[in-house]
Design a protein around this ligand. Structure first.
Ligand SMILES: Cc1ncc(COP(=O)(O)O)c(C=O)c1O
Length: 376
């Protein structure tokens, strides 16, 4: 059981210290208990914990303004998790299509290996059979295409398609970074067919890739984007961002959430985003540390070519694909005081906070070196 955290470190109930390269699976973007986030929560807890969305609250408005000022979006809907943000995106897309697209367009194309959450529509959007199995009948109106293939996507758009929904880098699917030009090509296809592009930045958003939002790497903007995980720096908050044009399909009463944009969680999110933007070093640091990590892991790949098949990543969302199942490596690292995580069965996932330093990465690399040495 983990009971305490500070920066890159967490401590167990037995007093053991760990270096944390999971970061709550891409949640603790500024590290554990970042002082600015903690102070913002403490101050807000003494001022106002909750009011209904029947009224504006200071922190929610501040957060919405910050997100609008720093993204493509004009309007924001707040909720509590990534799945909920994606549900909102799916509902908004359907309503927009019904009111603005010719014919009967309701189908959303997503990618194989994607992950969009565990609620029923988000689960249906998820292009992985193993998550959907047993929950049928699923929600109608979704189809799946190979990720990173413009040719396949172009062939799959029909007169029923209203949107394409993608993660800029697939996270749960094994840290898959698309080729240069893919997302720009997807944007062009969406424009050509007058359909929407939804980007699920639940895992890649909030500085994770070295830019505030991953779409910025590709010189494009989506029509709708979803956020959660890093948004609150450790507290549960999600958001759906959209352009005015698309958001206008939602009228008061179309969609809502009791806790969405709650003053306490919004205060934490304001502190998180302000720290990321104002301490501009954090995003630079993310880019530099991401390169350092990928380089170091690449060295291990060369040394243990029989165990490691590929290293890939963007900023601080990094994966190391192994030739076999990765649980033994995760367990061995944990025993040596380093927490890492496994996704897609054989991919070690590293999602440390942007405050990670070279010395932390060196310790991770030494630990992996030791563990691989024992396994090979
Ligand atoms: C890309 C992506 N979308 C959505 C989700 C679901 O988010 P949540 O668990 O907050 O519902 C996740 C969670 O891993 C995710 O990685």
């Amino acid at each position: 059981m983990l009971i305490k955290g500070r920066g890159m470190k967490v401590w167990g109930s037995d007093g053991k210290e760990y270096l944390d390269f999971v970061g709550g699976i891409a949640v603790n973007i500024l590290g554990h208990c970042h002082p600015k986030v903690v102070v913002a929560i403490q101050k807000q807890a003494q001022r106002l914990l909750h009011v209904s969305n029947l009224y504006h609250n200071e922190q929610q408005v501040k957060l919405a303004r910050l997100l609008v000022a720093n993204s493509f979006a004009d309007k924001i809907f707040f909720c509590n998790s990534g799945a909920e943000a994606n549900e909102a995106a799916i509902k908004l897309t359907r309503k927009y299509a019904r009111e603005n697209m010719p014919g009967n367009r309701f189908e959303i194309i997503t990618a194989f290996n994607s992950f969009h959450g565990r609620t029923l529509a988000a689960l249906t959007a998820t292009g992985q059979e193993r998550f959907r199995k047993g929950f049928e009948p699923l929600v109608p109106g979704f189809s799946y295409v190979e990720f990173d293939s413009l040719e396949v996507l172009a062939r799959s758009i029909t007169d029923k398609t209203c949107a394409v929904m993608l993660e800029p880098v697939q996270g749960e699917g094994g840290i898959r970074v698309p080729s240069n030009g893919y997302l720009k090509g997807v944007r062009d296809l969406c424009d050509e067919h007058k359909i929407l592009l939804i980007l699920d930045e639940v895992q890649t958003g909030m500085g994770r890739t070295g830019r505030l939002f991953a779409y910025e790497h590709y010189g494009i903007a989506p029509d709708i984007m979803t956020l959660a995980k890093g948004l609150g720096g450790g507290v549960p908050i999600g958001a759906m961002l959209a352009t005015d044009k698309v958001a206008s399909a939602f009228q008061p009463g179309s969609h809502a959430s009791t806790f969405g944009g709650n003053p306490l969680t919004s205060a934490a999110a304001v502190a998180t985003i302000e720290t990321l933007i104002e301490d501009g070093y954090t995003l630079d640091q993310c880019r530099r540390m991401g390169e350092y990590l990928v380089k170091g892991l690449g060295g291990l790949q060369r040394e243990y070519g029989d165990l490691v098949t590929q290293v890939r990543g963007l900023g601080l969302i990094v994966g190391m694909e192994l030739a076999s199942e990765c649980t033994p490596v995760v367990t061995a690292c944990m025993n040596r005081g380093v927490i890492i995580n496994c996704t897609a069965g054989n991919v070690l996932r590293f999602t440390p906070p942007v405050i990670v330093q070279e010395k932390d990465i060196d310790r991770l690399l030494d630990t992996l070196d030791f563990v691989f040495g024992r396994l090979s």
